[in-house]
Design a protein around this ligand. Sequence first.
Ligand code: DUC
Ligand code: ZN
Ligand code: ZN
Ligand code: ZN
Length: 488
Amino acid sequence: TDFDLTLHNGRIVTADADFVGDIGIVDGAIAAIATSLPAGRRAIDAAGRLVMPGGIDSHCHVEQLSSMGVLCADDWHTASISAAHGGNTTIVPFAAQHRGQSLRQVAEAYAASAAEKSVIDYSYHLIISDPTPDTLNRDLPELIRAGITSFKVFMTYDKLKLDDRQLLDVFAIAAREGALPMVHAENNDVISWIARHLLAAGHTAPKYHAVSHDPIAENEATQRAISLAAVLEVPVLIVHVSTQGGAQAIHAAQTLGAPVYGETCPHYLLLTAEDIDIPGVEGAKFCCSPPPRDPLSQQALWQSLDSGTLALLSSDHAPYRYDESGKLPAGDATTFKQIANGLPGLEVRMPLLFSEGVRSGRLTLQQFVALTSTNHARMYGLYPKKGTLAVGADADIAIWDPEKTVTLRAADLHDAVGYTPYEGRQVTGWPTTVISRGDVIVDDGVLRAERGRGQFIARGLPAPLQKAREISPRAALLRKIFPAVIAS
Ligand code: DUC
Ligand code: ZN
Ligand code: ZN
Ligand code: ZN
């Protein structure tokens, strides 16, 4: 065979293998993996390096308007470039429906922008905030059939939240059409009740953001989301889990055999509410929802990643600049309620998990690959095209220098945010060369990717929905009362 590109003598690591060998690439796909292959037209010496599947960041916000009307600083171009420098070859952000908008139009506009700008392959999830009859009966089913096989719903934020009845409505469509619902689980009334009393008492500083987002609000909503999904026997993914109680609720459901999954993010492993508690409004740089918690929560989340209770590590990159275009509201009557929610982290997600997880002995290399790539591919219907190194898979590969030490500086990152919550932190291990469908797009740290080269990936059925549904008494009853929901 004539290979277009070969990688030699690297330590090849996947979610289930670890060996030294070569990879041969033809027409953007992996054509051979062996202990020794002849050099291709281009050959890369990967001796002493790790050769792993490119990362898949399945939770990041790109070119999206928040419910408060704040626009992300990153568009598809800057976000995809930043992602590539951080070892990613696929991103899956959100096409967000705001109330009154047609879901179909939102998705079409979002897809057009992605196609024009992204330098790596991509898909997107939907955000559903307005489950009208047109959304539920026409647009959502059509989009799912077109390969957008997941959507996010919110239990909090006045302008995004669905009530329990609406959650059942969208879960029913997910069950019928084969899509995975992702839930932002926080109890809106608990948060706004605490916030109202904090503000009335004059507690307006950023640190009170974390006080208002009490862990109990997350724990309760997580349990409720799991219960509502169980009513329809539909799989559910709880995103950005930050509490021990949330992780325990997911684990309890899994123990009973329920198809319940969880995701967490670097900031819940590495930051705490104390980081928000700095003078002035600079604590805004650490405000996200849910907020960073405490050391015991961090420990519980690390343990949940290790045990598999939490299957995904995503960045939840929410690129709001630290100025009036982003994090901070215009004018000086700033309260914690007006700070845009979310932290940047697309480029540093994998280096942080590598350094703090693998190098510090909390996770194996294979767990690292599963948590940053393979599990995302399975969860969202991208596997085995994406998420692994195997013959026939897309040649989406990151070559890591496990010894390279980097001091994180916003000035060195490639997003458009202008700050990082990890400024000055040292990490060891960095993706130096990144290959997307056989193209070397980051070459020893230098970008070599054309705008718009990334391709849309129509996704298949998420793995959680592939498992045949048992004919339970509940499923039989649902078939009778709501025949459209449970496909026979
Ligand atoms: N939820 C997210 O997923 N990201 C940022 C803010 C939020 O509430
Ligand atoms: Zn060789
Ligand atoms: Zn969220
Ligand atoms: Zn998010």
